[in-house]
Design a protein around this ligand. Structure first.
Ligand code: MG
Length: 214
């Protein structure tokens, strides 16, 4: 796709704001370890470790914006890589995918290691990108998966996935499968993959349980 425009959407009044440009108070590096990311000029910059929200979420609408710093050298999965981990285990990939070839299920917006996006809607390096993510955890009945986790992802106003099923929590070079026991909620994670990826305007709205239209 030649052009797609990032959407900066103000947090609605019922949203839980996870980052408004001022502090990492909503985030941790796990347990009581403080999030070591850098806050500068209203932006948070990936640094040292993966981080996650202190609070846990199940079904949700998540908005966030990300940017790969301009001028940074990228090559495949190196140089411009991060990720959003829903419930701490289902990754939506963040990558410089504008001028950077890699395997299809490792590109920006891919359900990493499982499903490539419908289209490459990634704007040039150095520009802000937006993700709107609608996520539903899997439903279990009698110890078995009755409905897999599903996700809708819109990048820069363009649909990448519409109620797409996760095969299971994200794995690296392994076929994903669902565990026997699955929590009802989990933290939202952001990946530190060695690269100073920037994030801003992060908010979430729990959307509760409902039966999807079938
Ligand atoms: Mg990643």
């Amino acid at each position: 796709m030649e052009t797609a425009g990032a959407l900066s959407v103000k947090a609605p009044s019922d949203a839980k704001v996870l980052f408004d440009g001022s502090s990492l108070d909503a985030w941790t590096a796990g347990g009581d370890k403080p999030a070591p990311w850098i806050v500068k000029d209203g932006v948070m910059i990936a640094n040292q470790a993966d981080i996650r929200t202190k609070e846990s979420f199940g079904p949700m609408q998540l908005h966030l914006e990300w940017r790969i710093p301009a001028g940074r050298e990228v090559n495949g999965q190196s140089g411009g890589n991060s990720g959003v981990f829903l419930m701490g285990m289902y990754e939506v990939q963040v990558l410089q995918s504008h001028t950077n070839r890699t395997y299809p299920d490792g590109t920006a917006g891919a359900l990493y290691g499982q499903t490539p996006p419908l289209v490459n809607a990634t704007a040039p390096q150095g520009e802000w990108q937006s993700y709107e993510i609608l996520f539903h955890p899997p439903k279990y009945e009698g110890g078995k998966v009755a409905e897999p986790a599903t996700v809708t992802v819109i990048q820069n106003g363009v649909v990448l996935h519409h109620s797409r099923r996760y095969m299971g929590p994200t794995q690296h070079r392994q076929v994903a499968t669902y565990p026997e026991n699955h929590p009802a909620t989990g933290p939202i994670g952001l990946q530190f993959h060695g690269d100073p990826i920037e994030f801003r305007n992060i908010w979430v709205r729990p959307i509760g349980e409902y039966d999807a239209v079938k």
